[in-house]
Design a protein around this ligand. Structure first.
Ligand SMILES: [Cu+2]
Length: 169
């Protein structure tokens, strides 16, 4: 190994390490927000969250939205309704929790401007760990009209990398 390649390896290791530290507690995968049209005030945002040691998603915020909440869709007396998840969304240790259309989702309301396809929207996720300590994770969610292609596949690949069985669809 030459000196130069050793330097590169060291630099790469450092980069990997800091990236790991930032996303250590909760892994955010496959994040995307649904594009809106002019005049539309609310939209959903989706992702897969895996909390290594367990946590709760207790809040969300975005500079693009006046109000952001964690929502759940459910059937009530035969009608599909959505409501804020009270007390935070539970993320059991090591289990991938999917926020997807028709289920849990992040609701961005009071939008300041339309979310344009192929742009990104900054979102801050607020988690609380088992000890009650809050921490924030800032992400930039790609904006798309429907589930971006290849996302399901990517999730499955990532699971196999961790030596866990891929989630059933
Ligand atoms: Cu909602």
């Amino acid at each position: 190994m030459t000196f130069k390649s050793m330097m590169t390896a060291a630099a790469l290791a450092a980069t990997t390490l800091s990236a790991f530290a930032a996303g250590d507690a909760v892994e955010v995968q496959n994040a995307w927000a649904r594009a809106t049209v002019k005049g539309q005030m609310a939209t959903g945002a989706f992702m897969t969250l895996t909390a290594k040691d367990g946590a709760k998603l207790v809040g969300v915020a975005s500079p693009m939205a006046g109000v952001a909440q964690v929502h759940e869709m459910k059937m009530e007396a035969g009608v599909m309704k959505m409501a804020e998840v009270k007390g935070g969304l539970d993320l059991p240790a090591g289990k991938a929790v999917e926020l997807k259309p028709g289920g849990y989702h992040v609701m961005l309301m009071d939008l300041k401007e339309p979310l344009m396809k192929d742009s990104t929207v900054p979102v801050t996720l607020i988690f609380k760990d088992a000890k009650g300590v809050e921490y924030k994770v800032d992400i930039k969610m790609p904006v798309a009209k429907t589930v971006p292609e290849g996302m399901g596949k990517a999730a499955a690949m990532d699971h196999s990398m961790h030596g866990k069985p891929a989630a059933k669809p």
